[in-house]
Structures are given as structure tokens and as C-alpha cells.
Write a protein that binds this ligand. Structure first.
Ligand code: ATP
Ligand code: MG
Length: 386
């Protein structure tokens, strides 16, 4: 039934995108593949964002050329991926574009319903239905300057609604990460989620715990390192997804102010580190743990250290954190005590230490939220830097 509807309702809409939002390298790659005789499109989030007048984060390209054929067309390209093979066309040390061959929706799933293999090449019509949301399944043909819509993505853009492709329960079971992607896109685009999606999330939120902590780490960065992180946080909590990422974390003013601070840094193109946000998310749990341990452990230092270890160990079972990152989190926490003491003899050493900057920012945000009594301490360290 779905197939029939899909075939009869293809919409081609001519659009002349704002040239300033288009990526020249992406256009070049598409042109090269097209001139070699293949079918090729810009696809996914970039088409969605261009239609909404937003600057896309990245440009994905889909084609009927096989990865080896694409690789041959670009000197500076490489084949990557195990679960599915892709080509990265390199432009600089930091910039590459991803070219994917159309894949059929045929997936091999494990007993849990999770996809274990989906590497069967297919036609563009099949590539459409393996994608997650209808707004993410629009194709742009640069030769005809048309957006091609097989399943109603354009309508959804108009209605400002996110619909999943296919059966929500099945699609979330196949890949539970789609639930947090739904929340992220809802917030980024300021769209609403379809009732179907909301219901399915309600039923299946706990499937997130089947996802590897390493993949969830990558997803968490996408969730919170953006201009709308706090809203994402609140919605994850509302949909009961947060506890499957950060079971020790509850909303508080410190988290709010830190996420909003991260957003405004990103807007101003200032650097951000995930270590900071994770340290904020886990701070309350660390404190509670510390209070308990302190009842038996006289040394504040040892109690702090043990509390930090325990909270981090519990966290990485859900979302893995690289070692350098946990070291920075712990360092930031341990420094709080030293900063609060304001010992004149130690000021120089503390100012010169590597972790000072982050620990200071952390302290300032605490003083502006959950610990107003630390205002004078924060002022002390602000002055000490001058
Ligand atoms: P953004 O880059 O702004 O985060 P995006 O939509 O481009 O959003 P990507 O993660 O870059 O998201 O993925 C590119 C495209 O690949 C998506 O638009 C979607 O069509 C498809 N896709 C990505 N992840 C999944 C998934 N888990 N399940 C199905 N399709 C997916
Ligand atoms: Mg993208």
C-alpha cells in the first residue's frame, strides 16, 4: 500500500536556493558524479535546512554510483565504513564530504529488532524509505534545480511537523537513536512531533539502553553542542529519555545556565568542550555522593576523589566518555574546593594551572545559579586574573 502511494505521489518542486547557503565543494562533487553519467543528489538534512533558509551543518550526497566508482572519480577520496561503505571526498584536513550509494530499505535485524546490517544497494525510491523522518528524505537535483519529494517531506516542512517514515514502533525498535534525533530536530527546527512519534517514544524510550555508550557519546554532543541545548534537555526529560542517557542527572538552574552559556558561546564562534557540560550535568550527583562518603572519610580530598570516580563510573555505563574528558571533569570538580578556599599563597599556582580556566568558568556559573553565596569567591578569582 505504502509503495503504491509513494510511486504515484512524487513531487518535483523547482527551487532556487540562496547561493550563499550552498556549499561550492558539494556542488562540484555532485557535478563530477553527474558528468560521469550517474544519478546523484544532495540529500537529507542539507535539503531540509536549505528549504527553511538555514545554513546546513553538512552536505550529504547520494548516488547510484557504487563506492568504488565514486572513489575513482576523486583523487583525494577514501572508502570508509564497515557496516556500510561510504566515500569521503577530502577538501582539507578538516573538511570532507560524504557520498553514499543508494541503499535499499532491506535490513537485517537482530532479535531485539536492532539493525545489524543494511548494506544492500538499491534505487533512489528505496533509499528514501530507509531514512528516518520525512523532512530528512528530500533529494535535490542540481541539474534541474528541483527538490524531489517521494513521501511528503515538503508538506511536513509546510506544516512544521516531523513524521517518521513507516511504522514508528518498528523504526524506533530498529534504531532507538531515532527517538533522540526526533527530539533534536523538533527543537532545532521548532517543529512539532507527530502524535505517532510521541506515543512511540512514550512506549519505547527504554530501548535507548540497548545502544552502545560510544554511539550515545557522539549523539550527546549533537544534542547539546548547539544553540538550543537547554530546550533539548528539557524535552528529553519530558519524554523520559534523559534517564537513559544521564540517570544521575536532574534539571537544575546550574544546568540551565550552563547550557545557555554553551549556546551563546557557539553563536559567537567561541570554543566549547563537552567536558564542561558533562561536569555540570554530574555535579549534583557528585555532591550527594561526596556528602555520603564524607561521613566516613575524614579527608575532603579523598572523599571528593572517590565521589568523582564513582559518579563517572556509573555514567560511562550509559554514555561513554573518553579518558581525557573524564580527567578534565574530575579536575574541574577537584579545583572547586581549592578555588573556594582562596588561599593567598596558592593564588599564583592556581592561576597558572592548566585546568584553571574551566574550573573558574564552572565556579562563576555556580555562583550565578545554585550557589549565590559564592559570588564573592567568583569575584575574587575574576580580580586575581587582572
Ligand atoms: P544535522 O546534520 O543537521 O544534524 P541531518 O538530517 O543532516 O541533520 P545526519 O546525522 O547528518 O542528520 O544524517 C544525514 C541523513 O541521513 C539524515 O537526514 C537522514 O536522512 C539519514 N539518517 C541519519 N541517521 C539516521 C538514522 N539513524 N536512521 C535513518 N536515517 C538516518
Ligand atoms: Mg547532516
Amino acid at each position: 500500500m505504502f509503495r503504491k502511494k509513494k510511486q504515484t505521489n512524487i513531487i518535483r518542486q523547482a527551487v532556487d536556493f540562496d547561493q550563499r547557503l550552498l556549499d561550492r565543494d558539494a556542488i562540484k562533487v555532485v557535478q563530477t558524479i553527474s558528468k560521469a553519467g550517474f544519478e546523484v543528489y544532495l540529500v537529507g538534512g542539507c535539503v531540509r535546512d536549505l528549504l527553511l533558509g538555514l545554513k546546513p551543518k553538512d552536505f550529504d550526497i547520494a548516488t547510484n554510483a557504487k563506492p568504488e566508482q565514486v572513489h575513482k572519480l576523486f583523487k583525494r577520496s577514501r572508502l570508509i565504513g564497515r557496516r556500510f561503505r561510504l566515500v569521503h571526498v577530502m577538501f582539507s584536513a578538516r573538511k570532507f564530504l560524504e557520498v553514499a550509494t543508494f541503499r535499499s530499505g532491506q535490513v537485517k535485524t537482530a532479535k531485539s529488532g536492532v539493525i545489524v546490517r543494511d548494506n544492500c544497494y538499491g534505487k533512489v525510491e528505496e533509499d528514501v524509505v530507509r531514512r528516518d523522518f520525512r523532512v530528512n528524505a528530500l533529494y535535490y537535483d542540481i541539474n534541474t534545480k528541483e527538490v524531489i519529494d517521494y513521501i511528503g517531506g515538503l508538506q511536513d516542512i509546510n506544516d512544521q511537523t516531523i513524521h517518521i517514515i513507516g511504522e514508528p514502533l518498528v523504526r524506533f525498535e530498529e534504531d532507538p537513536v531515532r527517538m533522540i534525533r526526533a527530539v533534536r530536530f523538533q527543537t532545532k527546527l521548532d517543529f512539532q512531533l507527530s502524535d505517532e512519534i510521541k506515543q512511540a517514544i512514550h512506549q519505547q524510550a527504554s530501548l535507548l539502553s540497548n545502544i552502545s555508550p560510544a554511539r550515545l557519546y557522539e549523539e550527546c554532543i549533537k544534542l547539546f553542542h548547539n544553540e538550543y541545548g537547554f530546550q533539548v534537555f528539557e524535552r528529553l526529560e519530558k519524554y523520559d529519555l534523559l534517564k537513559h542517557l544521564f540517570k544521575q542527572t536532574r534539571k537544575n538552574e546550574f544546568i540551565k545556565i550552563a547550557l545557555n552559556n554553551t549556546s551563546s558561546r557557539i553563536k559567537r564562534n567561541k570554543p566549547v568542550t563537552p567536558a564542561f557540560l558533562f561536569a555540570v550535568f554530574l555535579w549534583q550527583a557528585q555532591n550527594e555522593r561526596f556528602q555520603l562518603i564524607k561521613q566516613k572519610q575524614k579527608s575532603t580530598y579523598l572523599a571528593m576523589s572517590q565521589a568523582s570516580e564513582e559518579v563517572i563510573i556509573s555514567q560511562i555505563k550509559q554514555v561513554s566518555l573518553p579518558r581525557w574528558l573524564t580527567a578534565r571533569i574530575k579536575d574541574t570538580w577537584m579545583m572547586q574546593n581549592r578555588l573556594e578556599k582562596m588561599q593567598p599563597k596558592k593564588v599564583e599556582d592556581i592561576l597558572a594551572s592548566k585546568g584553571f580556566r574551566m574550573a573558574y568558568d564552572f565556579l562563576v556559573l555556580r555562583s550565578q545559579s545554585i550557589n549565590p553565596e559564592l559570588k564573592s569567591v567568583a569575584d575574587f578569582w575574576t580580580k586575581a586574573q587582572k
